[in-house]
Design a protein around this ligand. Structure first.
Ligand SMILES: [Zn+2]
Length: 314
């Protein structure tokens, strides 16, 4: 199997969709909304990946659906899989087994037909405790990256980081572990800056300078609203763009679906149709997107839609 870098050289690589929201809809992931207010922007909420050990059949099925839709990469469900976040959800003691099981499950499904990416997200420590917790975040991210590499992930997708400072730490940890990393920030409440005030272009430059093999954005916006921010990143980056938009409609005053009142229990009311993902796939090559997939709200139908768009390349 070719490496992710080799695949991107041949044209846009088709990734997969969002796991946690889809599995939450299927009844296997806890949104946390029954116990606490989520979507406050302060990093509350559960959405942890214990499904990898508690209901592996459900996760396996979703991997199979993405593979069948044409995904060339399957992401191990290790999002929010750092020990501190798992601790808060009551699963800290299973940090090793959750990360290892998630990679193994994805690999068992792929059988060499797709690459396996370890997913590493923000720890939520910066949102909850402030920037002085960056050292603690580094330890947790470094530990998770060691676990993912040890479990055999082919590369990493560093995703849904709100602060560039924490993303830089994650890229340094990936470099120290010697594992390639795609790096995508999430911009909220507006697409003009990340939470520590850097523009998308500044983020793109910093991430490519730190060795990311592709840089871009994931989550929070639908394709149409994410595209302008990707263009500003493209002009600043030395590497291909990576894009995994969400499938939820945002508004002119708030470019972030997790800050809409519909999150998380009324998300069906702001779902974007898969048609917009056909168009996004069509645009990918011309926009310089080297890695394209979907984030929250994207099931296999959305990945099929991107695939259709890529094959209808203008
Ligand atoms: Zn997402």
């Amino acid at each position: 199997m070719k490496s992710i870098t080799e695949l991107m050289r041949e044209g846009p690589v088709l990734g997969d969709g969002g796991y946690l929201i889809e599995l939450e809809r299927r009844g296997y992931v806890d949104s946390g909304s029954g116990r606490e207010k989520v979507g406050t922007g302060r990093g509350s909420g559960q959405f942890t990946p214990e499904v990898a050990i508690e209901n592996p059949g459900a996760l396996r099925e979703l991997h199979e659906e993405f593979l069948n839709a044409g995904s060339q990469v399957l992401q191990a469900l290790t999002f929010f899989g750092t020990r501190e976040k798992l601790n808060r959800a009551g699963y800290g003691g299973q940090t090793e087994s959750i990360n290892a099981a998630a990679v193994k499950l994805a690999r068992d499904v792929a059988q060499g037909r797709a690459l396996i990416a370890g997913s590493v997200s923000r720890t939520q420590l910066i949102e909850r405790e402030g920037i002085e917790s960056l050292g603690k975040a580094r330890e947790h991210i470094a530990e998770q990256i060691r676990l993912l590499k040890g479990a055999g992930a082919d590369f990493l997708i560093l995703e849904t980081f709100f602060h560039l400072a924490e993303m830089k730490v994650a890229l340094e940890c990936a470099a120290e572990a010697g594992i390639p990393a795609v790096a995508t920030m999430s911009f909220r409440p507006l697409i003009t800056a990340c939470s520590d005030g850097y523009t998308p272009a500044e983020c793109a430059r910093a991430m490519s300078d730190l060795g990311a093999i592709a840089v871009g954005a994931n989550c929070e916006q639908e394709p149409e609203r994410m595209l302008p921010l990707l263009r500003s990143m493209r002009d600043a980056a030395k590497v291909p763009l990576a894009a995994q938009p969400a499938a939820f409609r945002t508004t002119d005053s708030c470019h972030s679906f997790t800050r809409q009142s519909a999150f998380p229990d009324d998300l069906e009311t702001i779902q974007v149709s898969r048609r917009e993902f056909v168009d996004f796939g069509k645009a990918a090559r011309n926009e310089g997107i080297g890695y394209i997939g979907g984030c929250c709200g994207c099931n296999a139908a959305y990945i099929k839609a991107i695939r259709r768009g890529l094959s209808e390349d203008q």
